[in-house]
Design a protein around this ligand. Structure first.
Ligand code: SAM
Length: 284
């Protein structure tokens, strides 16, 4: 069975009477080269567990099952269950869970299914849940080592961006707080069935053993980051003073900016993650 062959995939889908749902972001991968890059990029081997979100027809799941010790995939669409039973029937180490990934306790699921195995999360993610699903994994799942995902190119660029550039924002800081991102490859619309309107990127997030910066108050750190990027044209001082997330006197903010060695009129987009941490610790 070769699910990256569009004709073969079409035949299987029609044999099961399956029609694509746009609302669930169902654009199935039909490019073997990109598929191989996701699997090799994730770092899995026979000792690792693989968690997939949204297996679709099982194209990526098949390769994960072949290359990992155990694969668990969470799929929201009940119509795909019989089809997945067929495409993955040769594997004993594979489990499909019919659920909405946003509604389950992923940390508990990983513990239960993988015990002490290192875990790689792999997915060709539906665009409508890209950011919440990635943040949920990074915040809740401590034994995850890598997250290798196909996402919209613009979102991948924002995750991997460095301070000062147009793509750098709260998402860059949040992702780089937990991981070291690396862009693996690009996937043009013709790599999918049906073809999406926009280009995609495969990005691997290497989860750090400790967050990139250790801060006294994590909530305050993220509130400062959100505030700093809330209105990009404002100076950092104005953004923090007028932020709906913070209640800190202007004088203390001025002192924190000075203490961090920043110019009084600096904009938030210039700050490194370490400088955000220094600001937050001064204000904690
Ligand atoms: N992995 C397959 C592939 O690469 O060909 C399918 C990828 S397709 C872009 C996204 C998949 O995620 C679909 O199968 C869709 O039904 C599923 N999905 C969408 N929303 C989901 C959710 N909230 N929880 C779990 N799966 C979801």
């Amino acid at each position: 069975m070769k699910l990256t062959n569009p004709n073969e995939l079409k035949n299987i889908l029609s044999a099961y009477g399956f029609t694509f749902s746009k609302g669930l972001g169902q654009n199935f991968l039909v490019d073997k080269n990109v598929l191989d890059k996701i699997v090799s990029g994730s770092g899995i081997n026979g000792e690792w567990g693989a968690l997939e979100i949204g297996p679709g027809a099982g194209t990526l799941t098949y390769e994960l099952a072949k290359n990992s010790g155990k694969t668990v995939a969470v799929e929201i669409d009940r119509r795909l269950m019989p089809l997945l039973g067929y495409t993955l029937n040769e594997f004993k180490n594979t489990k499909i869970i019919n659920a909405d990934v946003m509604g389950i306790d992923l940390g508990a699921l990983i513990k239960e299914e993988f015990a002490d195995m290192p875990v790689a999360v792999c997915a060709n993610l539906p665009y409508y849940i890209t950011t919440p699903v990635i943040m949920k994994i990074l915040e809740e799942c401590k034994s995850v080592r890598t997250v290798t995902v196909m996402i919209q190119k613009e979102v991948a660029d924002r995750m991997a961006a460095s301070p000062g550039g147009k793509d750098y924002g709260a998402l860059s800081v949040a992702v780089q707080f937990y991981t070291k991102p690396e862009i693996i490859c690009r996937a043009e619309p013709h790599c999918f069935m049906p073809q999406p309107k926009v280009a995609s990127t495969v990005i691997r997030l290497d989860v750090l053993k400790e967050p990139a910066v250790l801060v006294k108050n994590q909530k305050l750190f993220f509130d400062i980051v959100k505030s700093a990027f809330g209105q990009r044209r404002k100076t950092l001082l104005n953004s923090l003073t007028k932020s709906p997330y913070l209640d800190i006197e202007k004088e203390r903010i001025i002192a924190a900016i000075e203490n961090t060695g920043l110019a009084p009129d600096v904009r938030g987009e210039r700050l490194s993650i370490e400088q955000f941490a220094a600001l937050a610790d001064f204000l904690a």
